[in-house]
Design a binder for this molecule. Structure first.
Ligand SMILES: [Zn+2]
Length: 727
């Protein structure tokens, strides 16, 4: 059986040298035009060693010692240019003395036994994993970047096994080479000249009938990437390996992606959001076949950039699946809000970071790389222009085709396309600086002035673009776009505006402050701002200034006025969050109670279900006013409000149990009896322990909750900790 495959790469440690850098450099001058013709004998059990034969052809310009890397065992004969030779292996190297080498083409034939270091072996499968210069643990090769080779693979497999390996005439480096074999089932799909192949074991997947859709989604992503990058997918086959759940992280291959069955099979009742997440995950892995494989980070301190680029392209690929009107607000509430929250905290760190030995899941979930990276890419695209960015990415791929490059190599290309547009700052401050800047808006001598202040006191700034709304007499108004390519930007105005709304479109990244006189009128604009996105951005700007003490808590009244009419569920949730924060900040208890009751008084004013849900769900997490609690008690007791589901009632029960310590047990018991299935009861039993009135018991529980490792219990533990903290 013969297969050929070359490996996708989504991994932190690609292209590391197995060889000291200096020796690696010298070797690139000694050998070129390398081809490996590899035969592997794959045993049926994981205890037997894999053996093989490597025919290594290369060109040597002059006579010189040639060193191969190999950590396995040499077996049998060693032929150099068809003659049997005695060759020594020492410290993972095989050196062929120059007397056996001829200038011109050379050919070695080596029989060997592989080490298991780079093989993931179960009883019924074998995956190679040649990152970090590990290919030479499996077969003799020149295991370093800079010596790309073509591969021919012959696999001798146990009966009933199937396999995949990368077949391409494109020379690739050893870390991108791979093969996978096992007792796999296979499904295929032909699309645009490629064969999409899914390899899987029945026991690893929840629902075989979803495979055609998964193959279709992967094929769509391949086509999209080919169109966007102008760079065809260079392999015949595109593999999709469904990994056993025990292999938790994905494995990277040049012509295959690997996915965990757990992540991509949705349940029969899966929501639109779950389907979208699956699409994003598949698209992300496919995009790595270009950014990660076709061009790879030059070392582990550059790994972050392939994630940033891949996330950006994934978002572009899947953007139209989001409803259009919501996409912008979704971006602000998810990516941008998460990035700003962490960047504004003491835990802030730069996008460019080096994490040794971290697997792909880490990079997928890292909020700075995924969220701040996405915000940065949006600005790059906006400032440089969609077309220019696309062209720069195309040039980047072409120039570093199947080799390594740094983020600055990309920024240099981009900067050449759009000089003087601040692109250098994206290679510098945007990726290397941490913290949220402050952007101050003021009016002075006929000019609007915007000044960006570096959070760390330095001179670096973050180039960005945002809108500002100017309002004059009789509510005449206009919007100006601010292109902040310098730390100070000015815009000439004919007339002084009465009101200025900074960051009107919400896209700006930072704290937006203003002179006090302008700040005063800002909350009054909430209710008259009609557009959802603009109103949402304004509410956030005002709240940010409330938090820094520039807006008084009395603006609660403006939020109340808006809430009586508000129709947008997202704005409702945001406004209620802000109102509750103002209430909780009151140091006088009676004031807090009054404000909580005010929020409850909105229920008859705005009868929308979304409003009712936003208010009661918020109250269920932190209400403390006795009257409010008694209203919540009635809602909980009736258990019949169609706006709420089982989880809402569980949440209400937790709050009521915490605030009514004498009735704690009764409330929890009653709620438990009402639960419909075992899973809900299991969760309830786990979380409700946080309601315990005994402080010592809670302390002990806190310690144990912090140690929870189980994936199912982790969110429950976080929930219980939240309950303990916000009593
Ligand atoms: Zn990734």
């Amino acid at each position: 059986m013969l297969f050929c495959l070359t490996g996708s790469v989504c991994h932190a440690q690609k292209r590391r040298h197995a060889v000291p850098e200096k020796a690696a450099e010298v070797r690139t001058t000694i050998v070129s035009n390398v081809c490996y013709d590899l035969t592997f004998y794959v045993p049926s059990t994981s205890t037997e060693k894999m053996t093989g034969m490597a025919v290594v052809s290369f060109f040597a310009p002059v006579k010189a010692d040639v060193t191969l890397d190999f950590q396995g065992r040499l077996t049998g004969t060693f032929l150099v240019n068809d003659k049997k030779r005695k060759i020594l292996q020492r410290n993972g190297r095989i050196t062929i003395p120059m007397k056996y080498i001829k200038p011109g083409p050379n050919r070695l034939a080596i029989s060997f036994e592989s080490k298991d270091d780079a093989l993931t072996r179960g009883g019924e499968y074998l995956y190679t994993r040649f990152t970090q210069g590990k290919a030479s643990s499996c077969f003799p090769c020149f295991d370093q970047p800079g010596i790309n080779a073509t591969f021919i693979t012959h696999l001798n497999l146990p009966t009933g096994w199937a396999a995949m390996t990368n077949q391409s005439s494109n020379p690739i480096s050893t870390d991108l080479y791979s093969f996978i074999a096992g007792k796999f089932e296979e499904q295929r799909l032909q699309r645009q000249g490629h064969t999409m192949r899914a390899l899987y074991r029945r026991q690893d997947i929840a629902d075989e009938s979803q495979l055609p859709a998964i193959l279709e989604e992967a094929a769509h992503a391949v086509k999209w990437m080919e169109d966007y990058t102008g760079m065809p997918y260079p392999f015949d086959d595109c593999g999709i390996l469904i990994l056993p759940p025990s292999l938790s992280s994905t494995i990277g291959y040049a012509s295959a992606i690997s996915l965990n069955g757990h992540d991509i099979f949705t349940s029969a009742r899966s929501t639109q959001e779950e389907k979208l997440r699956r699409r994003e995950l598949i698209s992300h892995e496919i995009a790595h076949l270009w950014f990660g494989n076709m061009v790879a980070p030059c070392n582990s301190s550059e790994t972050w950039y392939k994630e940033v680029l891949t996330n950006f392209l994934t978002a572009k690929m899947t953007q139209k699946l989001h409803s259009k009107s919501n996409y912008e607000m979704e971006f602000l509430t998810t990516c941008q809000a998460r990035a700003m929250a962490i960047d504004d905290s003491k835990d802030a760190y730069p996008i460019a970071q080096q994490r040794q030995g971290t697997d792909h899941n880490f990079y997928l979930k890292d909020p700075i790389i995924s969220d701040k990276g996405a915000v940065m890419m949006r600005f790059i695209e906006e400032i440089a222009g969609e077309e220019q960015l696309q062209t720069a990415l195309q040039v980047f791929l072409k120039k570093y085709y199947y080799s390594v490059a740094s983020w600055n190599d990309f920024i240099t290309i981009l900067n050449e396309k759009v000089p003087n547009s601040g692109m250098n700052q994206f290679g510098d401050t945007w990726v290397r600086q941490k913290g949220l800047p402050t952007i101050h808006t003021t009016y002075q001598d006929g000019q609007l002035l915007f000044t960006q202040k570096n959070p760390n006191g330095g001179s670096g700034f973050l180039p960005q673009k945002f809108e500002v709304r100017l309002i004059y007499d009789f509510d005449r108004s206009r919007t100006v776009s601010v292109n902040m390519l310098q730390p100070i930007v000015s815009i000439k105005l004919n007339k002084q505006p009465n009101t200025i709304i900074p960051n009107y479109d919400g896209r700006g990244y930072g704290h937006f402050t203003m002179d006090e006189s302008y700040m005063r009128s800002l909350p009054l604009r909430i209710i008259v701002t009609r557009d959802d996105l603009n109103r949402y951005a304004l509410i956030n700007t005002v709240f940010d200034n409330y938090l820094s003490g520039h807006v008084p808590p009395s603006y609660f009244g403006e939020l109340y006025r808006d809430m009586t009419k508000e129709k947008n569920p997202l704005i409702m949730r945001t406004a209620i969050d802000h109102m509750m924060k103002i209430a909780m900040d009151r140091s006088v208890q009676s004031e807090r109670y009054t404000l909580e009751q005010c929020i409850m008084d909105l229920l008859p004013e705005n009868k929308r279900t979304d409003c009712r849900q936003a208010i009661i769900r918020k109250m269920a997490t932190c209400a403390s006013a006795p009257e409010v609690l008694s209203q919540l008690y009635n809602i909980w007791q009736s258990q019949s409000d169609p706006s709420f589901d089982e989880h809402d009632y569980m949440e209400l029960a937790y709050r009521l149990a915490i605030t009514h310590p004498m009735e704690c047990k009764d409330i929890l018991n009653r709620q438990r009896q009402l639960l419909k299935d075992d899973l809900a009861r299991e969760e309830f039993d786990f979380v409700s322990r946080a309601c315990n009135p005994d402080i010592q018991a809670r302390k002990a529980l806190t310690a144990s909750l912090k140690k929870v490792q189980d994936n199912k219990q982790k969110p429950w533990a976080a929930h219980a900790l939240r309950l303990i903290e916000t009593r």
